[in-house]
Ligand binder design. Structure first.
Ligand code: 2RA
Length: 338
């Protein structure tokens, strides 16, 4: 079935990529329109070789739309996603506005696509770009023995801060490499070139950053078990695109390295990279891919029930645009979109 689609926030970094991914994956489109803030309205955008004009986000724009792929700030989504849903669309929303709402499923298709059958507000939330690959990598292991506790340190790329982050990255890295004075950051909270930053996000009252709290809460919701312990440390590193994660995961019962490797090698959405063959996931492998790359699977020497692994995914694609388009594909395939 082909559907009427609206891309909201069509001119942002993730909106741009949503357009690209819809074409790459041959999403079944009957009609498509592109919406953005008043500031971007009237701009031309290209889609599948045709030019379209960006329309302002207005109530009337959602008439007849079946699927909305939205990538706006949370405040915009809070206002317009319910309006689009009331007009009859299902909204797949990239912001954090709806992620912890019990009436909005938080979906990674490889992990919990069944949750798409429990949409109550017309809104599906697309999770955080660290939580998505973490859950893709852990799901095949969680199916063997339930996950009890996760300790994760992230190595997050500059593009997590959007286009502005990359402006900092490019200016700083080129100055740093040339031995010139490094320009002050504008998007990141400290110099990124030749450095790592563990406070690149707002600090919450519990001493964890906003990003770390997203990883804690969203991972439990996606894996469907609020009792899972999650201890994250989120760090920005001087990488352009793709987030990496060093994960130690404890299970209810031990899983052998051999069983974990076999499960990961056939898991949906996973590219397993075999360290025995000298392969290990790197951001340069993941950039431009919709897959989650997993490798370095080891027995935790300090805990018989735990394994260590390394996970990498393109934060703009699997961590945002591609996961949202995959959710939309499932909504169509499962006949949930009317
Ligand atoms: C980051 N998770 O990498 C954010 C982007 N949504 O900063």
């Amino acid at each position: 079935m082909a559907v009427n689609v609206a891309v909201v926030g069509a001119t942002g970094a993730v909106g741009d990529l949503i357009r690209k991914v819809l074409v790459e994956r041959s999403f079944p489109i009957k009609s498509i329109k592109f919406l953005a803030s008043e500031k971007s309205a009237g701009k031309p955008v290209e889609f599948a070789g045709k030019q379209y004009t960006v329309e302002p986000i207005r109530v009337e724009a959602f008439a007849g739309v079946q699927i909305v792929l939205s990538s706006t700030p949370g405040s915009v989504s809070k206002e317009f996603s319910p309006i689009a849903a009331k007009a009859g669309a299902i909204v797949v929303d990239n912001s954090s506005a709806w992620r912890m709402d019990p009436d909005c499923p938080l979906v990674v298709p490889e992990v919990n696509a069944d949750q798409l059958h429990h949409i109550k507000k017309g809104i599906v939330a697309n999770p955080n770009c660290v939580a998505i690959p973490l859950c893709v990598a852990l799901k095949p292991l969680h199916d063997i023995s339930p996950v009890k506790r996760i300790v994760v340190a992230t190595y997050q790329s500059s593009s997590g801060k959007g286009a502005k982050g990359l402006v900092d990255f490019n200016a700083q890295v080129s100055a740093w490499a040339a031995g010139k004075p490094v320009p002050a950051p504008t998007a990141h909270r400290a110099q990124l070139a030749g450095n790592v930053i563990t406070l690149d996000w707002t600090l919450d009252p519990n001493g964890f950053t906003e990003e770390e709290n997203k990883v804690i809460n969203e991972t439990k919701k996606i894996l469907g078990d609020a009792t899972i312990g999650v201890s994250p440390t989120c760090v920005r590193v001087p990488v352009k695109v793709a987030h990496s994660e060093a994960v130690t995961v404890e299970f209810a019962r031990p899983i052998s390295v051999a069983d974990a490797r076999a499960a990961l090698a056939k898991a949906p959405g996973v590219v397993f990279m075999d360290d025995v063959k000298g392969e290990f996931p790197q951001p340069i492998h993941a950039e431009g891919s919709d897959h989650t790359f997993v490798g370095r699977v080891r027995q935790d020497p300090s805990n018989p029930n735990a394994l260590c692994l390394w996970v990498v995914a393109d934060n703009l694609r699997k961590g945002a645009a591609s996961n949202a388009v995959q959710c939309a594909e499932e909504l169509v395939k499962r006949g949930i979109v009317k």
